[in-house]
Design a binder for this molecule. Structure first.
Ligand code: 5GP
Ligand code: ZN
Length: 113
């Protein structure tokens, strides 16, 4: 996807502060953190959102979910817990149309809609 900023982060065309990487995914610091720890986890391949996951991508998504605990452990979040969020579309306040999971933690989180 030519104009996708997260694809450009994957390719290295745009810089990021990487915290974890494997063949499937990249995790990097959020440029505007909403919590003491706020990391974004993205598939390296372009998927528009969690609403656009095909059957063929189910294995990839499963591996991403199975890797998030290791990323959270690396960030020191294992003991106190954390939150994984993915926003979808306009009402979900998704601002970047490349699937991403927010890992939020480092303080007591609240729940607002
Ligand atoms: P969304 O609002 O789509 O759920 O989340 C997009 C997130 O990406 C936001 O939290 C925003 O701060 C972050 N973000 C947007 N552009 C960039 C960027 O160029 N670099 C990084 N590291 N984060 C970004
Ligand atoms: Zn993309």
């Amino acid at each position: 996807m030519e104009d996708c900023i997260f694809c450009k982060i994957v390719s290295g065309e745009l810089p990021s502060d990487k915290v974890y990487e494997n063949d499937d995914l990249l995790a990097f610091q959020n440029i505007r953190p909403d919590a003491p720890i706020h990391v974004l986890v993205i598939p390296k391949q372009h998927i528009a959102s969690a609403h656009r996951i095909s059957d063929a991508e189910a294995g990839l998504i499963g591996r991403i979910h199975a890797t998030i605990p290791a990323i959270a452990e690396q960030l020191g979040l294992g003991e106190n817990g954390y939150r994984i969020v993915t926003n979808i579309g306009e009402h979900g306040q998704q601002t970047v149309p490349h699937l991403h999971y927010h890992i939020l933690g480092g303080r007591q989180l609240t729940w607002q809609h």
